[in-house]
Design a protein around this ligand. Structure first.
Ligand code: GLU
Length: 321
């Protein structure tokens, strides 16, 4: 395979190859507002570091990004707290389900990593402490990366808040160990809103481009970003190269629930999945690929999304291994 595969052909081919499997898995009905998302959707979008982009299927249809938001909040919390964040949350894969309480009790309220729910609650707690308006800060960061259309889906946020007993249990347990600075209610509100961010595959592939490009974000040239001048939009450094590498390491080892080992074996890319059926994968130095299909497997990863990423890697040869 050449080092510059034809991305447009590849995304179409991936879509064709997974077409017969679209509809497999189960939608995340434990969040009532997600129970009725049509299971027959599939989208894929790719954005390369040299400015190519391509998409296929339902790549422009917004969906609930859920846990993919944990990458954005981690980025913000690292900006605010630096390495001190790691005193409150670990960097190890959990090997347990994303919403498990077991390890948290054994490990004195310090979550294994920031990409499982308990860890993301600690990260949300930091944002509540460090930003006067944490949700505004998150939204403006994501909009600056991927476009002004992006918004919270408040129906999803309220639906999750109304059924957040498990996340509330984790938050209370961590609070009892002294690992939450704010009230459980304030943290849950921030967390459920971040999970409700509504984005599509094209936006997600654009938003996480900084992780592929040593922390540097290059906006898509558009009338909006160039204010109609036609000039090439300027790149912004979101995190430094070392931090981008480290976020990628966490995504590789912890980003796909308790299937991270199998995902690394089969796909071999840093990635983060969400129970809305989205997965974003980073190909360091080359670009990003986002897939969406709402049917989930046992561990909470999109069945067809994982299959599509396997095929994408097979067709491009793009993997970190
Ligand atoms: N909001 C979901 C929860 O806390 C996120 C789960 C996920 O996407 O992994 O259960």
């Amino acid at each position: 395979m050449s080092s510059q595969p034809d991305i447009a052909t590849i995304v179409q081919r991936v879509r064709d190859e997974v077409a017969s499997r679209i509809g497999e898995g189960r939608v995340a009905d434990y969040i009532p507002a997600l129970a009725h998302v049509p299971i027959d959707r599939f989208g894929i979008a790719v954005r390369t570091s040299c400015g190519q982009s391509a998409h296929a299927g339902d790549a422009e249809e917004p969906f609930s990004i859920q846990s993919i938001s944990k990458v954005f909040t981690l980025t913000l919390a690292l900006q605010a707290r630096g390495e001190a964040l790691w005193r409150r949350v670990g960097k190890e894969p959990s090997g347990d389900p994303f919403n498990s309480l077991l390890q948290l009790e054994h490990e004195c309220g310090v979550p294994r990593n920031p990409l499982i729910n308990a860890g993301a609650l600690v990260v949300a707690d930091c944002l509540v402490s460090d930003y006067e308006k944490p949700l505004d800060a998150l939204l403006s960061k994501v909009r600056s990366l991927a476009g002004k259309r992006i918004a919270f889906d408040t129906a999803v946020a309220h639906s999750e808040l109304a059924t957040a007993d498990r996340n509330a249990s984790m938050a209370h347990l961590m609070k009892s160990f002294g690992n939450l600075e704010n009230s459980v209610d304030a943290v849950l509100d921030a967390y459920c809103h971040q999970c409700s961010l509504s984005m599509n595959c094209c936006e997600l592939a654009a938003a996480l481009g900084y992780l592929a490009d040593c922390g540097s974000h290059s906006p898509v040239a558009s009338a909006e970003s160039t204010q109609g001048t036609g000039a090439t939009p300027r790149a912004t450094q979101i995190v430094d190269a070392a931090r981008a590498r480290r976020i990628n390491a966490l995504m590789l080892t912890c980003g796909t629930y308790d299937r991270a080992g199998e995902f690394a074996y089969e796909v071999g890319l840093p990635a983060k999945s969400g129970v809305g059926g989205g997965i974003v994968a980073v190909i360091p130095g080359r670009g990003t690929v986002a897939v969406w299909s709402p049917g989930l497997g046992e561990s909470g990863n999109s069945v067809v999304g994982v299959e599509a990423l396997k095929r994408f890697v097979a067709l491009t040869g793009w993997s970190v291994f």
